[in-house]
Write a protein that binds this ligand. Structure first.
Ligand code: ADP
Ligand code: 5GP
Length: 212
């Protein structure tokens, strides 16, 4: 069997809606999935490790990566720069592994409009309500009041891009939302154009008919 090309699963949402939680679960569900580790100029939160959640880089190093064409996309979010390194994505695709991206709408748009656009499956995650979104941001206990207020202010803008995505999941119940995400991935993996050997396979079926 020829390997199918890995697909690029882009998850976006307002901060706090549950992207990170869903992404982690997805990678436990299928350890072959690669997480696109972004580079960022923001400082690590407690518990975050360089090279695991993000590559934490200085502004100068980040700009260098952009200038040398190492980024598939990059954007400014909440006053910091974020970007997805290109090389790991390309090698995952060649190995037939899917890559999951936790990136904002600007990054989603750039990858969708790039030469890899046909390999993109995009999912927007909505919170059940704005009150619940705020509760989740606070409950995470990782950000100061000022940072939470900034994220809430930005969430309206992020949500305004929901219609640019292939799928939309309202993350009310985590198990149900995760189930929807897995359903999307499983269906996208068996799209006709993602199964490179189908024409040969059907030729084989026809030969079998002829031999009867
Ligand atoms: P994001 O990555 O979109 O910023 P997180 O995955 O960090 O969001 O989720 C924010 C907080 O909300 C976390 O504390 C997470 O455990 C919690 N959370 C995520 N999904 C749900 C859900 N369906 N119900 C209740 N809490 C949730
Ligand atoms: P956080 O600082 O909470 O980890 O992420 C803030 C926002 O930046 C989230 O909406 C996240 O999806 C987005 N983000 C993270 N990495 C990237 C990236 O590489 N590119 C883009 N465009 N956005 C990113």
């Amino acid at each position: 069997m020829t390997k199918r090309r890995g697909l690029l699963l882009i998850l976006s949402s307002p901060s706090g809606a549950g992207k990170t939680t869903l992404t982690r679960r997805l990678m436990d569900w299928d350890p072959a999935i690669r997480f696109s580790i972004s580079a960022t100029t923001r400082h690590p939160r407690p518990g975050e490790t360089d090279g695991r959640e993000y590559y934490f880089r200085s502004r100068t190093d980040f700009e260098q990566m952009v200038a040398t064409g190492e980024m598939l996309e990059h954007a400014e979010v909440f006053g910091n720069f974020y970007g997805s390194p290109k090389a790991p994505v390309q090698s995952a695709m060649d190995e037939g592994r899917d890559t999951v991206f936790d990136i904002d709408w600007q990054g989603g748009q750039q990858i969708r409009n790039s030469s890899l656009g046909r390999d993109v499956v995009s999912v927007f995650v909505l919170p059940p309500s704005i009150a619940e979104l705020e509760r989740r941001l606070r409950g995470r206990g990782q950000d100061s009041e000022a940072v939470i207020a900034g994220r809430m202010a930005k969430s309206r803008d992020e949500i305004s891009h929901w219609a640019e995505y292939d799928y939309v999941i309202v993350n009310t119940d985590l198990d149900a939302a995760f189930n929807d995400l897995v359903t999307v991935l499983q269906a996208e993996r068996i799209r006709r154009d993602r199964q490179p050997d189908l024409a040969d396979f059907v030729r084989g079926l026809n030969k079998e008919f002829e031999a009867r």
